[in-house]
Design a protein around this ligand. Structure first.
Ligand code: SAH
Length: 376
């Protein structure tokens, strides 16, 4: 099946790609692509009672039962037809790699057309976070990110995004993750892709995750984080959706000169504009915005940049997440020296800005921030 899918060209420095290439065929339509009403209409169209759609939805979202043979409330004679219409296979596991004694698990998935994506489950004492992909590849071309360097293959469908979370939820429910049966408490759109460049599918996916069963999984919106390079019009749009998700902004530099090179989309929307959109998001939703800042040795970790960052963030509803740079193939950059990292933190704190250094998981399985490249 992989012949269908040409490998995207490696982007030139600074080149941006906002549109998913047109491809032959769409991902299979799945109940997670549809509202509960649309599912009922679909089932009625098959000549079956509409309530069967709710039963199958409950099996999928609530009982986490993906095997039609176990749908005991559905007559055995209908299970295969309903499964074909509502829960067709969307992706298959190429491999699963684990770290931290099984508490960090990266799955490489093959989609219907051969496209490859990755998702990462991270279990902590108090929460389980699923890091999901919103696109196969990414068109934003950040030079320090392995996904950005591989180019954009295509947008994911809503169900392809939701199914990554559901696969993690099923693993946890079955007790396959050390620590006993559990649930997904957090979802971060920090896997492959730029979520705001696949806005409609991402927004529907958030609805499916938040809506109550049988409509969806019934998670709290507060447990969901959408991370962006800073597509300003989409950030402003997200603020109007009435969904209290956390917005994370990948800033990585407080000044336009450097940010133009680290986050090429900065040539469209400058630091001042992207921060304005972030503050508007905080005002409208009353949610603290998260600023992501990968600390790169001698590139963006100077004391004066910490001061400039502090000045730009001071007094805002904001939290800074410093990420020690994770190594990526072919990159000349490395993480900051410990003393420079400490000084960076100290200066932000002096400016009264809340800051934490991210405890990065999964580096040894190339599952950490910026390392997802989906190679077999
Ligand atoms: N496109 C979105 C979602 C990806 S999130 C975004 O950029 O926000 C992944 C996070 O990891 C982003 O903050 C990204 O900038 C950061 N990142 C990318 N490469 C990294 C690397 N090599 N080391 C540490 N963080 C990295």
């Amino acid at each position: 099946m992989t012949d269908d899918l040409e490998t995207p060209r490696r982007p030139e420095p600074g080149e941006l790609n906002f549109t998913s290439p047109e491809r032959r065929g769409k991902p299979p339509r799945h109940l997670a692509d549809l509202t509960a009403l649309q599912r009922r209409e679909l089932v009625a169209g098959l000549g079956l009672p509409a309530f069967r759609a709710d039963q199958v939805s409950r099996q999928y979202f609530h009982r986490l039962a993906d095997d039609p043979a176990s749908w005991s409330d559905v007559p055995a004679s209908l299970r295969d037809d309903l499964a074909a219409a509502l829960t067709p296979p969307l992706m298959s596991v190429v491999n699963e790699r684990t770290a931290d004694g099984g508490l960090t698990r990266k799955v490489l998935w093959r989609l219907f057309d051969g496209a490859l994506i990755e998702s990462v489950l991270m279990r902590y004492p108090e929460r389980v976070t699923m890091c999901v992909s919103s696109q196969a590849g990414c068109g934003m071309n950040c030079p320090f990110c392995a996904t950005g360097q591989s180019g954009l293959t295509r947008n994911l469908s809503t169900a392809e995004i939701v199914e990554q979370v559901m696969a993690g939820a099923r693993e946890l429910a079955r007790g396959e993750v050390p620590g006993g049966p559990g649930r997904v408490s957090n979802v971060v759109f920090m896997g492959m892709g730029e979520p705001m460049a696949n806005y409609d599918a991402v927004l529907s996916a958030v609805h499916r995750l938040v809506d109550k069963s049988p409509e969806g999984l019934g998670m709290s919106a507060r447990g969901i984080t959408v991370s962006t390079v800073g597509l300003v019009p989409r950030m402003r749009q997200l603020a109007t959706e009435g969904l209290p998700v956390t917005l994370a902004l990948s800033l990585h530099a407080p000044d336009d000169d450097l940010r133009d090179t680290l986050v090429p989309v900065n040539t469209r929307w400058k630091v001042a504009e992207v921060l304005d959109a972030a503050w508007e998001y905080a005002r409208t939703t009353n949610r603290r915005v998260s600023i992501e800042y990968a600390l790169i040795k001698d590139v963006n970790d100077q004391a004066w940049r910490a001061d400039l960052l502090g000045k730009r963030l001071r007094g805002k509803l904001v939290h800074v997440n410093l990420i020690p740079l994770n190594p990526t193939p072919g990159s000349k950059w490395t993480a900051s020296r410990p003393q420079d990292e400490r000084e960076f933190v100290r200066r932000l704190e002096m400016a009264g800005v809340q800051v934490t250094v991210r405890d990065t998981r999964g580096r040894e399985i190339d599952g950490a921030c910026g390392q997802l490249a989906a190679a077999e």
